[in-house]
Design a protein around this ligand. Structure first.
Ligand code: HEC
Length: 117
């Protein structure tokens, strides 16, 4: 009887641990590059792409799942690292160019962050 109780308790603990692990592993932890990209994003991109703080007429598109679509918001530019890099470097419409303001390594970190799951 006692052994049964103990094993029931063990099963219970294992099940709770598994459940806890399952629920906390939904969003993957960020890699080092993604952490760097996150900081850059919050500094340089957040004000427009999350809040549109400047009240731009063309509301900057949300970038969270940018790589899960085939195309960027214009519907014709492929959603690839290379195209996103182009937009960041040269700007697009009312989006400013970051050429010279961000290094290649910083842009790579930003792209890694936009790839987060
Ligand atoms: C001053 C506001 C502003 C800032 C700051 C800004 N953006 Fe943008 N961004 C825009 C606007 C507006 C567009 C839409 C341009 C268009 O299609 O005419 C855009 C478009 C984009 C696109 C294309 C998305 C799509 O689906 O079409 C990407 C990628 C992008 N921005 C990335 C960034 C990143 C990364 C940063 C930070 C380094 C950043 N932007 C900073 C305003 C901004």
């Amino acid at each position: 009887m006692c052994i049964r109780r103990i094993s029931a308790a063990v099963v219970c603990v294992v099940a709770w641990t598994a459940l806890l692990f399952w629920t906390t592993s939904c969003s993957k932890p960020l890699t080092e590059a993604q952490e760097g990209g996150k900081a850059l994003y919050e500094l340089n991109c957040y004000e427009c792409h999350e809040e549109n703080q400047l009240g731009l007429k063309k509301v900057p598109p949300k970038l969270h799942s940018i790589f899960s679509h085939h195309y960027l918001s214009d519907g014709s530019t492929p959603a690839t690292d290379a195209e996103v890099r182009q937009v960041v470097i040269y700007g697009k419409g009312t989006m400013p160019a970051f050429n010279g303001r961000l290094s290649e390594a910083q842009i790579a970190d930003l792209i890694a962050y936009l790839h987060r799951k």
